[in-house]
Ligand binder design. Structure first.
Ligand code: NCD
Ligand code: ZN
Length: 343
């Protein structure tokens, strides 16, 4: 077994960098490990215009520590009323890399999301025409659908019909959590991919209830049973280019997590690549890590792979209990691989 592993520098195809003081706290962690990242637009207010995205991109660049080269790739937040022209303009200008679809009220800051997919069909037609990727939070919000079934139901009720109606639309099903999603994405002939988070690969839903109610493991889509975790691990480590890295690192202040109605989101940015490395190692698939982390994402987005490399070494690293007041994923644990910094 190798003790060192050099990879093309990875990218994070799904991250929440937030804004203001939280942005300043979290950006170093993403920028240290990832060359580029797809930045989610669910701020308050959400990023719904080219101007707002340019201004947010500037704030991210300004908050990025000196000496780190990091490229934020911006996304537009789809609403019931967003104009296709705004997307087309932003995409043509290189401001918007993609657009994000949040079903209204599916997750954090999604109240302004889309209430009916049919209602924005003109947006999908435009995006398909110009080749702009659609990133989907794939969950229904119907109160009568069990929270653990919301992804699988979304696929049948909404994603399958959307794909049939717009086969040219390039779609990423974000942070997949179920074997139904793995099967659906894995059977698509083209124009469909999925991101997978470290936490959905590492833990199953028991983690949320281990010895009490553990809000640090609460995220959306909610973590599922073991069968699904194993399906995700097989997909991620298979070498199939339709699956790639997206951490969904989603920090919330402590008071947002430790309350009677805790926020959804896991802050995994500081040790995300180390966490993925452990998964691939455990699956005997370290040779597939570079594809998942560094090649499949750029291939889908039509971007070049990064020109520099990172090296991981098999030296245990201890994850602190707190980082800047936030609880990181794997808090208090040891991970077997670490990134060699400052080679
Ligand atoms: C994300 C957040 O907090 O912005 N939360 C989460 O649990 N993943 C939103 C999202 O991606 O659903
Ligand atoms: Zn997210």
């Amino acid at each position: 077994m190798p003790d060192r592993l050099t990879l093309i520098a990875p990218d994070d195809w799904h991250v929440h960098l937030r804004d203001d003081t939280m942005l300043a706290r979290v950006i170093p962690h993403t920028a240290r490990s990832f060359a580029r990242a797809i930045v989610m637009p669910n701020l308050r207010p959400p990023i719904t215009s080219v101007d707002a995205a340019m201004a947010y991109r500037k704030r991210i660049q300004a908050a990025c520590p000196d000496g780190l080269t990091f490229e934020p790739l911006m996304t537009a937040y789809l609403t019931d009323h967003i104009a296709p022209e705004e997307l087309e303009q932003g995409f043509a200008d290189g401001v918007f890399t993609a657009a994000k679809l949040y079903p209204a009220n599916a997750t954090t800051n999604s109240a302004a999301g889309v209430t009916s997919l049919d209602g924005i069909d003109a947006v999908f037609t435009c995006m398909a025409r110009i080749g702009m990727p659609l990133l989907i939070h794939g969950e229904v919000t119907d109160a009568d659908v069990d929270v653990f079934d919301r992804e699988a139901v979304f696929i049948e009720r909404h994603l399958r019909p959307l794909r049939e109606r717009h086969p040219e639309l390039r779609i990423v099903l974000e942070h997949i959590t179920t074997e139904q999603a793995v099967d659906f994405v894995g059977s698509a002939d083209r124009n469909l991919a999925a991101t997978i988070t470290p936490h959905h690969l590492q833990i199953n839903r028991n983690a949320m209830f281990l010895g009490g109610l553990r809000s640090d493991f609460y995220c959306l889509p909610v973590i599922k049973r073991e069968r699904h975790r194993l399906a995700l691990r097989r997909a991620a480590t298979s070498g199939d280019a339709r699956f790639f890295l997206g951490t969904d690192s989603a920090p919330h202040p402590r008071e947002g997590k430790e309350t009677s109605c805790g926020c959804a989101g896991i802050f995994n940015a500081p040790y995300a690549i180390e966490s993925y490395a452990q998964v691939f190692d455990d699956e005997g698939a370290l040779d597939q890590l570079e594809g998942f982390a560094s090649r499949h994402g750029p291939a889908f987005y039509g971007l070049p792979v990064n020109s520099h490399e990172i090296t991981l070494e098999r030296v245990p690293v201890e994850v602190p209990d707190r980082i800047d007041g936030l609880v990181p994923f794997h808090a208090g644990e040891h991970l077997p691989w670490r990134v060699v910094r400052d080679l």
